[in-house]
Design a protein around this ligand. Structure first.
Ligand SMILES: Cc1cc2nc3c(=O)[nH]c(=O)nc-3n(C[C@H](O)[C@H](O)[C@H](O)COP(=O)(O)O)c2cc1C
Length: 176
């Protein structure tokens, strides 16, 4: 139950905010030995154009965020609609996340996963503690669209694909 004094049941908080569809992004980096690390976030967003800044929020309990903090850089990989299995794998804690996952290195040396829609390579500009999360602001160094695929979405606890009703309307108007 919610109340006006600002105390909320955690389930209720999550259920209401689960109505906000999000992207599914794998934020990746490398460990000192060169091996890949990363986690799935639904909180990646652009922040500023001048200077070019992006951000995501990491739970304080996140193991992989420690690696991003340590390396001082991350790559945001926008997953494609056909990558739900990859998302499930990378959203699970533990060392097996990258087993069988194809990736190459970005210009900054961060893992770029095969088959994604787009990537954004950043230096960690600032980390801000906010409640039980850390806001990780990134200074964008390079970014690319790598395929014309539609993005994977997350909504009310489930995965889905993006479908443009506007494009459909325009097609109808154009007589297709
Ligand atoms: C769709 C989706 C969105 C998520 N968004 C976030 C997020 O924004 N921040 C976060 O800390 N965890 C988020 N998670 C949970 C992490 O991916 C999960 O806790 C992961 O195991 C963290 O990895 P780690 O323990 O190696 O850090 C999300 C999971 C899913 C499936």
């Amino acid at each position: 139950m919610d109340s006006l004094d600002g105390t909320f049941d955690g389930r209720h908080f999550r259920d209401v905010l689960g109505n906000l569809p999000t992207s599914v992004v794998a934020v990746t980096t490398t460990r000192p030995d060169g091996s890949p690390a990363g986690m799935i976030v639904g909180t990646f967003t652009s922040v500023s154009l001048e200077p070019p800044l992006v951000s995501f929020l990491a739970d304080r309990s996140s193991f992989s965020f420690g690696h991003i903090r340590e390396s001082g850089r991350y790559c945001a990989n926008v997953l494609a609609a056909d990558q739900e299995v990859l998302s499930r794998k990378m959203a699970t804690g533990g060392p097996a996340k990258f087993d069988g996952v194809e990736w190459t290195r970005s210009p900054m040396g961060n893992p770029v996963l095969a088959g994604i829609v787009a990537w954004v390579d950043c230096d960690v500009e600032k980390i801000v503690e906010l409640g039980d999360h850390h806001l990780a602001v990134g200074r964008v160094r390079d970014l690319r669209v790598s395929s014309p695929k539609t993005p994977l979405l997350f909504f009310r606890g489930g995965y889905g694909d993006y479908f443009s009703t506007t494009a459909l309307l325009l097609d109808r108007l154009a007589g297709f």
